[in-house]
Design a protein around this ligand. Sequence first.
Ligand SMILES: Cc1cc2nc3c(=O)[nH]c(=O)nc-3n(C[C@H](O)[C@H](O)[C@H](O)COP(=O)(O)OP(=O)(O)OC[C@H]3O[C@@H](n4cnc5c(N)ncnc54)[C@H](O)[C@@H]3O)c2cc1C
Length: 418
Amino acid sequence: MTTELLDCVVIGGGPAGSTTAALVAEQGRSTLLLERDSFPRFHIGESLMPETYWTLERLGVADRVRSGCFVKKNGVQFVNHEGKESKPFYFREADDRDCAETLHVQRDEFDRMLFENAAAKGATCWDRTRVLDVKFSGEGPHTVEYRRDGGEVESVRARVVVDATGQQAMIASRMQTKKVDPDLKKAAIWGYFKNAKRNGPGEAEVTCILHTTSKQCWFWYIPLSNGTVSIGVVGDNEYLLKGRGTPAEIFAEERAQCIGLRARMEHAELVGEWHVAKEFSYKCHQVAGDGWVLVGDAYGFIDPIYSSGVFLALKSGEMAADAIVAGLKKDDVSRAQLESWTGEFNEGVVWIRKLVDAFYTHEFSFGDFMKNFPAHRNNLTDLLVGKVFDGEPGRMFTDMDPWIESLKESGDSMAMKS
Ligand SMILES: Cc1cc2nc3c(=O)[nH]c(=O)nc-3n(C[C@H](O)[C@H](O)[C@H](O)COP(=O)(O)OP(=O)(O)OC[C@H]3O[C@@H](n4cnc5c(N)ncnc54)[C@H](O)[C@@H]3O)c2cc1C
């Protein structure tokens, strides 16, 4: 039996998969994008980083996305465990261009735009199509088995298979190369609330990050254009979920401990159901092989704290697409070629990871760090914008690293005294 041979089959129609498919298809390469759900479909991940702009621009959708119905996001604000509100880190203070502002998006609509864009660029895009298996055959081509609309199992061969299945991480899960991050075993409970406090219609809003009094959890607060606010609590998996009742009960207990939420949620009412996610931080230790490559969450996810997920999904999709197109052109889809983008990518991700580790250092607070090192305000804003792939993203850490070490040491000596 012969099966059709395509240049590229992408599994998963989230931001990473739609980006890869669009950019490979745009170069005239036969591309099939397969998504198991039916668009538009719900997804978490509404707060974007401003640096998403450049990939959206390259995809040709920046204007469409920006003129859509989404809420403008103009900064990030932290509220500490005592309810003290930081001065918002407004993106425009560090960069006055329009691209410095970004959006809070409903992902059903945002992801649909990207999926449709991949089709407009020449990819064949099928939703309601679940990939069941990838049968690897040496250096390739590999065979992708799928079921469309609940029909018969069908298959297609691909010179390059792209895994963009998000947290499913289909290929890495099967190869057992997906490793949960032992330092970030977190869980989240969230919902969508009407009558939660927000700015007036049409006004830009910040993403707000609020600590609870014990600092064991933090909340995100993301206003959306449908009138609701996405509000979620994140904490250690063991602490948040073990033996504590229903998601509603746990959320209520943590909410009562968050001073910054009192006024914001005074009249808030849940719309729809509670959502729970856990162990979402991991990395896959092999990003590519001969004829296959991972992108987006299927490669790894750090933590939701700085809203870097969609940005890194778009960026990895873009970088992998360039490696695929170059490889197809010179008839080299080897592992070395398909992972050639990851050095640069991982170097950028390191800065986001360092910022995540700082946030989870119990003694650390951005407010105190800014008071002591006001010259780093724009450097921190640059990182919150997502400027990690060029310039000097690490310059703030020459002061932040020793500052955190000294806080940890004084925390240790206090603990020893008591
Ligand atoms: C609690 C939490 C909060 C978050 N908040 C934010 C935020 O505010 N901002 C932000 O930028 N990011 C956030 N993220 C991260 C964000 O959700 C992801 O990083 C982002 O969606 C990754 O995009 P992706 O394209 O790699 O994967 P996804 O968006 O997950 O897309 C993967 C797609 O693959 C499809 N798929 C899976 N298996 C198959 C299969 N077998 N066959 C066919 N299709 C398949 C799925 O249906 C899905 O549509 C958050 C994550 C969590 C856990």
